[in-house]
Design a binder for this molecule. Sequence first.
Ligand code: SAT
Ligand code: MN
Length: 598
Amino acid sequence: MTYPVKNRRLAQWVQEVAALCQPAAVYWCDGSRLEYDRLMAQMAAAGNAIPLPRRPNSFLFRSDPSDVARVEARTFISTSSRDDAGPTNNWVAPDDLKRTMLDLYRGCMAGRTMFVIPFSMGPIGSPIAKIGVEISDSPYVVCNMHIMTRVGTRVLEALGADGQFVPCLHSVGAALAPGQADVSWPCAPMAQKYISHFPEEDLIWSYGSGYGGNALLGKKCFALRIASAMARREGWLAEHMLILRLTSPAGRRYHIAGAFPSACGKTNLAMIQPTLPGWRAECIGDDIAWMKIGPDGRLYAINAEAGFFGVAPGTSNRTNPMAAATVRANTIFTNCALTDDGDVWWEGIGSPAPAHAVDWRGRDWSPGRGEPAAHANARFTAPAAQCPVISPDWERPEGVPIDIFIFGGRRAGVVPLATEAFDWEHGVFLAATASSETTAANIGAVGNLRRDPFAMQPFCGYNMADYFGHWLAMGERLGPHAPRIFYVNWFRKSADGKWLWPGYGENSRVLKWMCERVDAAAEAQATPIGYLPAADALDLGGFAIPAENLTELLRVDRQAWLAELPDIERHLARFGARLPVRMSEQVRRLRERLETDR
Ligand code: SAT
Ligand code: MN
């Protein structure tokens, strides 16, 4: 077989994978609209893509009920030494993992087409972008990759004869015997799913799942797990962050990068509509930021992706009107409910539940059923360019200069609305000890409190102790150009379980305070956990929030923080001697401030 590609390594890899997986055909994706339409038409003809007449060129898919989210328990960082993967990652030795997976891959594409998907993470030709090639036997994956990344011939041209790419092998793990009918969402049983990363050779092998980050390998697997390891080697940052530009009434621009765990509001914040008069926000990215130090010494960020893979439930004209507008056309919906008039519906979409719908499993549904109609991790895949507030600079090859980092998570108690780090090192500590209640973005229990350092716990491709060290080193390189670091919690609740802060557009009040802190124009008070907004430093103009809510939101509960310390210490102790001493020193100082400070 010969292939239409100059890159010898790519041609050889494709040949090897075809020999291993034994597909019925090999198809090279050109990334064209025609290709997308043809694949969608084929999936619609097979009954797997449901056209949505009310949203032009949009389709609904239903996954297998066992394949609805990322599977952290089946995700592996395979380095020669276990310690290099660290305590936060599942580890299997590369030779063993490869042996197991080669057995699974053997003949696994029988009866299916093997798609070769050349893609770029970041604008093609950007000095921060990188190229990957995904091989997949799922046409659903191809169409999603068309939206989420830049796919096709242009990428092969940029790759050239000897350019570097990250090989990303994916199979749903469901070979078809001759004459065997296909199911609508092929996948393998849980025990056979493997989402494997080999950071020492920049290689990704995924088997058995067709859903989201398990299967769209440019996203979490490449742009975070493999890229974080590359970034450490090469001196840059690959982070689980949204990027947004905020412009003040005076026309001053601030660029903000924010890290929050999956399903904690990154997409909403990325598309924020500020309620403060005169403030404007533009979206640059909602999930993954790649950042390099520019010639002027500042940190420049690009959005590694080209689309949004956002959580549908809770997305409405009220909570995120810009996302609602983004998904009006050219969108793939997965695991949403279908209404009788042929539109999608989900809990929190802003319209009343229909009297009848078909739920995400394809069953008749009515409001009294006691089960949600859409899966909690139902998603939309939509082109970023369709977002009404996408920044005109969102594809700027050199990126945008970051002024502010925000970290955070979902915490019903203890953690105040906003905290500013004392300095970079303290900021790295705040991020390293970030905590959040778990969400439906991973298969597992929901609502459990866990430490999610930098919102990267499921996404760091190496030992997180070394990752903290890398952040400390980046701070030293950035020096006076280092962005300010803040920690927020939009999710604090009252004793009777009500949200204390309305969130969404009102978060602009907190963002404004951060911008003013950058310009030394807002007051803060030093507390044992960091700087908090001074009593009157938040702009509350035109905003009726009960005074007691604000008091609680900005309260540092010393006893509750002292009670957190053992968990923080346990969390950091997991890293043993590899933990940078500056981090253990930070806990010691926090304890000291909490115990002695009045
Ligand atoms: O990893 S996914 O892309 O499936 C979603 C997420 O966790 O953010
Ligand atoms: Mn994410």
